[in-house]
Write a protein that binds this ligand. Sequence first.
Ligand SMILES: NC(=O)c1ccc[n+]([C@@H]2O[C@H](COP(=O)([O-])OP(=O)(O)OC[C@H]3O[C@@H](n4cnc5c(N)ncnc54)[C@H](OP(=O)(O)O)[C@@H]3O)[C@@H](O)[C@H]2O)c1
Length: 336
Amino acid sequence: MASALTLSLNNVEQSSLVTGATGFLGRHLVRSLIEHGHTVTALSRQHPNLVTPSVRFVSGDILNEHSLADATRNVSVVYHLAAIVPGKGGQAEQWRVNYHGTRLLLKSCIENGVKRLVFLSSVCAYAPPLNAVIDEDSPIGGGDSYGQSKAAAELEIANAATNDLSTVILRPSQVYGPGDSGFTSMLVSMLSGKLLFLAGRSPRPFSLVYVDDLIEAIVQAGTCPNISSNTLNIAGPPTDLRALASAYAAITHHTAKCVPLPISAVHLAQELRWFSRNLSGNAMRPRWKSYSANQVYGSVLLGGPEYSASRAKLALGFEAKTSIQKGLENVLSRDN
Ligand SMILES: NC(=O)c1ccc[n+]([C@@H]2O[C@H](COP(=O)([O-])OP(=O)(O)OC[C@H]3O[C@@H](n4cnc5c(N)ncnc54)[C@H](OP(=O)(O)O)[C@@H]3O)[C@@H](O)[C@H]2O)c1
């Protein structure tokens, strides 16, 4: 199967649109598509500094139908990454961009005869409470406005799939890699400190995936002719903070002193953060007390469920090939 997929990648000349091309994942994806010889259109509100002669840049908002009509013209595959991710906007903007933006993009895809749409959803689309191991049959609905808007967008996409437009929905767990000013920077600053705070004394595993492994899956999702399932988790095997700290120490020879904190103190800190984020979104969710998004979907400190990626392995040949040590080495040695 893997060789058939590779063949399709090498032989099909593809014209692709990447939304969210200026973001952490979008920049990696555009580079990879160019390396595979694809013609790439990038849609973004700001001019991406990644533009090369092989990238057609369309300046515009995902909510602007004219920009979308222009961006989807003569494109066979759309990789839809544009979104307001947690911490980068309020709830109303999350709904506008993540849900309504996806609906408008779908309409343009259909009108312009796009053949395949690959949508970057998230494990945050699952509805809490979550089981210890989550596969793609687990119910969706999301726990906060980000996850809810992703789940609602997924339903629109699933309903729009036809013989003319095939759709693939990917649900990545937390991603890390070079060029990420969010989670990865926070992780490196935790690991490089003098003290490393842990929640309790036992390991609390959570799911991570290295950016290159995810990008390979995204490209496969856009290029392989037939796939057996069209909604797929993309996640590496669970890891934990102690494993990350020892990989970091092996690379840098820096060893932080581990300080176990009472789990209740960590929960309280997470709830306060969740509460303040909801307040700043001007609409406090009534259930804010019952969970915190981070601890539900996976947190460096508190751990989280395991997201099974066995269907992605079957459908796309997905493998989390990059070890934690190799991934961290790449993060520490590259700027972007
Ligand atoms: N990073 C992760 O760990 C992770 C995990 C699971 C799923 N995902 C999903 O993967 C996708 C990419 O994530 P990321 O980490 O790369 O996010 P990111 O760095 O925040 O990038 C988001 C992108 O969306 C674009 N965007 C936002 N609002 C827009 C609008 N109104 N019109 C047009 N473009 C707009 C931004 O473009 P501008 O330059 O115009 O602002 C930016 O390029 C998202 O859909 C996210 O939900 C990410």
